[in-house]
Write a protein that binds this ligand. Structure first.
Ligand SMILES: [Ca+2]
Ligand SMILES: [Ca+2]
Length: 229
């Protein structure tokens, strides 16, 4: 029989294995209370490890939801509303802002056949890891600064264009939305995401600390037991 592995690392690994189902569940972030339309009122994407999706809903055509995310893998970052979790009738827009609200990239329609929005991986050459805000609105409800100037440009190139930061806006940060939409609609959406990691939830941090404490406690007890023999 093999000698049992009695190191603290082995105990910790066993304890973390017990937590694995809880960690796996947290890969989809669900908008539980309404995510706001500003940096200050955004919902922080809590969970563990790599996030695969954000789900939420529009209460009406003027609803805008911002999510504070951590982009850990800039080359893999992508976001898309083209999936079964987005109501077929919704004409969405996606916008990415940096940690202080500057325009990064946006999209209205993924292609001629999809009113859902997509930011494909590799769309942003200069993207760096860090905190960002991902906003979802309905088509025609566009982000502006506090003076009502559009923060993105490229709308004239057609609804499938990737939108980039406009050059003329002062100030250059998010301050409002145009509140003009083409369709009166509400419904559920799902943003499939990649390259994003969650901000650890307080409960999970305490679970992890608890697992580490349990592991070191078990290891010490075993050592004392062995020493007493
Ligand atoms: Ca909202
Ligand atoms: Ca759209």
């Amino acid at each position: 029989m093999n000698k049992p592995n009695t190191t603290p690392a082995a105990f910790l690994a066993a304890a973390l294995l017990l937590l694995a189902p809880a960690l796996a569940r947290a890969q989809v972030f669900i908008e539980t209370s309404d995510a706001g339309n500003s940096l200050a009122s955004a919902s922080t994407v809590l969970g563990n490890g790599n996030m695969t999706a954000i789900t939420g809903s529009f209460s009406d055509q003027y609803d805008v939801d911002l999510f504070k995310i951590t982009i850990a893998s800039p080359t893999n970052f992508s976001a898309s509303l083209v999936n079964a979790g987005t109501a077929w009738s919704l004409d969405t827009q996606l916008y990415l802002f940096d940690s202080t609200g500057h325009a990064v990239i946006g999209n209205d329609d993924a292609d001629a056949f999809n009113l859902g929005s997509t930011i494909p991986s590799g769309s942003i050459g200069s993207l760096t890891a860090g905190t960002y805000y991902l906003a979802v609105s309905q088509s025609g409800n566009n982000p502006t600064n506090s003076a009502g100037q559009l923060l993105f440009t490229g709308y004239g190139a057609g609804t499938t264009a990737l939108l980039t930061a406009s050059s003329g806006a002062t100030p250059t940060v998010l301050g409002g939305w145009t509140n003009g939409t083409y369709f009166s609609d509400s419904g559920a959406y799902q943003i499939s995401i990649a390259g994003v990691t969650a901000v650890p939830e307080a409960s999970t941090v305490s679970m992890m600390l608890g697992a580490a404490a349990l592991a070191s406690g078990l290891w010490l007890r075993r050592r004392r037991t062995v020493a007493a023999r």
